[in-house]
Design a protein around this ligand. Structure first.
Ligand code: C6P
Length: 417
């Protein structure tokens, strides 16, 4: 790789971007933080924090309930967040955007509502690389209903075995659900191809976009998935706001997940008519400030451009893969090149437990995650108990990769390996 060219010349001036993030700023309580735990959650720019504070300071009110000015302003901002999110992922309109608490809640909503009318023996197809959030909800409902879950294998190349997928997806399959960008391997899965397979057999396609929506340009129409779930907190937004995109025609025919205020059109003592989309799936007072924060996060991402962000991360990942693979005793779990691969690198260093490694790296100012990353079955498949994981974002650059590599070197000296 042309390291001399790549060094400090990635497409985004990350050093400038960092200035927008108070926590990464040198004035923050912790100087020179090298934050490489973006797959767990991203940092937040000042504009997101300000948008949420502005709501609380200037127009805090409940939405869709009162006719006073403050409520009108809050309702407008909340509805704008639906529209902005729709346009961010290429959905038809805000009606196709359901705000949830996070990706996990969006996937639980789907497991519960989509499986409600399935019959014993019908099948759900998942993969061996799913996060627990796209496994356990399906497992639970499958047990209750007598459904069968089948798993697409992960090959030695850390990619899905598409031949195996073709053999698993049949007319018995009712739902295919797959992670778009693996939070462990970094692999980007061919969800468009899986959607075509699913549709050929009359099944619906669910995409867990928790790791992709923040890092890749997403066009749900082009992917032709039926549902797409993601979390605001991984894409510069606040915690407490998640998104479930669903095709309007499907959402209209699904039963609500939660019941109560805000999701009804008319109620008598014995019956109810549900509200139109998206309110039908948003029972109770929603996370208003968080939706406004998500809207500001999308504005920030769009200002830079998702294509630019993806290109920046690709170059950074290329640099990191080369830099890390020169370290003796370090094993990377995931594709070794940047083809259909995101900016998540899981690794172990021989002779050091991943938790000890992460603690040592933290001592040298580098924040990474260690553990099973909520993917225990994938850990079993890889034959490990856990790994360390560095995950990058738009404010990282090659200096951060160098800091990581140097810190790993120091940790090796510390542990005498
Ligand atoms: N993965 C990680 O460190 P929530 O927690 O609901 O916002 O997102 C759940 C989730 C679902 N799918 C994938 C692929 C994910 O990576 C995550 C969250 C974090 O890898 C926390 S475990």
């Amino acid at each position: 790789m042309k390291r001399s060219i790549l060094k400090h010349s990635t497409m985004i001036r990350a050093i400038e971007i960092k200035k927008d993030f108070p926590i990464l700023n040198e004035n923050a309580h912790r100087k020179n933080l090298v934050y490489l735990d973006n797959a767990a959650t991203s940092q937040k720019p000042k504009s997101v924090i300000t948008a949420m504070t502005r709501y609380y300071e200037e127009f805090n009110a409940n939405v869709h309930r009162s006719v006073h000015k403050l409520s009108e302003l809050a309702t407008e901002a909340y509805e704008r967040a639906h529209e902005k999110t729709a346009q961010f992922i290429g959905a038809q309109s805000g009606e196709e955007i359901i705000f949830t608490k996070n990706t996990t809640e969006a996937l639980n909503l789907l497991a519960y509502t989509l499986c409600k009318n399935l019959k014993a023996g019908e099948e759900i197809v998942l993969t061996e690389m799913e996060h627990h959030s796209n496994l356990v909800p399906w497992q639970q409902i499958a047990k209750e209903k007598g459904l069968t879950i089948r798993f697409i294998k992960v090959g030695k190349d850390f990619r899905l075995d598409i031949k195996h997928a073709r053999s698993l997806i049949t007319d018995k399959t009712k739902i295919v659900s797959c992670v778009h960008l693996s939070n462990v391997l970094g692999t980007i899965n061919p969800v468009k191809e899986l959607a075509q397979l699913a549709h050929k057999h009359g099944a619906v396609m669910v995409v867990d976009g928790a790791q992709s929506a923040a890092h890749l340009p997403i066009d749900v129409k082009d992917l032709d998935c039926d549902f797409f779930a993601f979390s605001g907190h991984k894409m510069l937004g606040p915690t407490g706001i998640g998104v479930l995109y669903g095709k309007k025609s499907l959402l209209e025919n699904m039963d609500p997940f939660l019941f109560g205020g805000g999701m009804i059109a008319e109620v008598t003592l014995t019956d109810v008519k549900f509200a139109d989309l998206p309110a039908k799936f948003e029972a109770g007072t929603p996370n208003i400030a968080e939706a406004i924060g998500l809207s500001a996060a999308i504005e920030y991402l769009e200002k830079i451009g998702m294509t630019t962000i993806a290109a920046h991360e690709e170059r950074l990942t290329e640099y990191a893969l080369v830099r890390l693979s020169t370290i003796p005793g370090l094993t990377i779990y995931g594709p070794h090149n940047t083809t259909r691969r995101g900016a998540v690198i899981s690794f172990n260093v021989e002779g050091i437990h991943p938790h000890d490694l992460a603690s040592a790296l933290d001592r040298y100012g580098v924040a990474v995650r260690a553990g099973n990353h909520c993917t225990m079955p994938l850990m079993n498949r890889l034959g490990i108990n856990g790994s360390a994981r560095a995950s990058f974002y738009l404010y990282n650059d090659t200096r951060d990769v160098d800091a990581l590599a140097e810190a790993i070197g120091k940790a090796k000296t510390l542990f005498k390996v």
